[in-house]
Write a protein of this length. Structure first.
Length: 76
């Protein structure tokens, strides 16, 4: 089965539950165990440029906006 839109495949496979199960098994996104794709930003959901120190888990853009509220000071 070839299709350009994955949603069309679900519509076609609704009548065939065994084939739908196999399709979702092989075409579902990979479960991440390590790396940049495992930890999204708590606030906005971005994956890159994280600040993980002190269990903050924010991207750098969200950290700049929330730093004062969290209790960080800018010294320069």
């Amino acid at each position: 089965m070839t299709t350009s839109d994955y949603r069309k495949a679900f519509i076609q496979l609704e009548a065939k539950p065994a084939k739908l199960k196999k399709y979702t098994k092989h075409n579902s996104p990979k479960v991440r165990t390590t790396g940049i794709g495992k930890r999204p930003c708590r606030r906005c959901g971005r994956y890159g440029a994280h600040i993980r120190s002190y269990d903050i888990n924010l991207c750098r853009q969200c950290f700049r906006e929330e730093a004062r509220a969290i209790g960080f000071k800018k010294f320069s």
